[in-house]
Write a protein that binds this ligand. Sequence first.
Ligand code: SAH
Ligand code: MG
Length: 212
Amino acid sequence: MDQQQEIRYAEGLYPPDEELGRVLGSIRSLGMPEISVSPGYGRLLTLLVRMTGARDALEVGALGGYSGICLARGLGEEGRLLSLELREDYAALARANLAEAGFADRAEVRVGDALASLDALVDQGRRFDFFFIDADKMAAPDYLDRSLRLARPGAVIVGDNAFYHGKAYNPENNGPGAIGIRRFNERMASDPRLESTLIPAYDGMTIARVKA
Ligand code: SAH
Ligand code: MG
């Protein structure tokens, strides 16, 4: 078994996604990090949002809007996406790409440190039914904690980069990101308020449902 070969096989089944191809091109041409969610997980995000009928989706970490478009695609007419992003320049590209994909009126990208934005949402009593956590791995356990406070019963919480390019399971790597993603994965697996799984393909993805 060769996971790279399996991923190539799986990707080959799907027609090229021109919209998302343009997004990846825009990220590359601006010299931004090429760390958008993998195509298979992008499709999974769309499916999960659609299958759960989520109306209020919250994303932590927008980058160029790739995963934001995947989330927005799964929302119905009434659905809304709020995406939190630290960098103004990344947020501007995410907004432009979301608008080009037809989601200008359904998606908002808010600039600032995600933890501060999440705390403000908690203070406002906001509620969401879908979370995609994909920003600073060091802060991932805090993002999960705030997500649980913002979650409606039955909400879905998804975390990207569960393996963090191998750092999650390398005992020699104890940098803040590795420690953060490890704690996040452990809490997703064992918090009594959640039922969850970790999908061990690409860079790993955790999916949890907040018990009703
Ligand atoms: N979800 C995106 C990829 C996100 S990459 C996709 O798959 O398309 C991680 C993003 O998190 C980067 O854009 C980075 O600027 C942002 N980020 C890092 N630290 C952050 C913080 N403290 N608050 C908000 N965003 C942060
Ligand atoms: Mg990611």
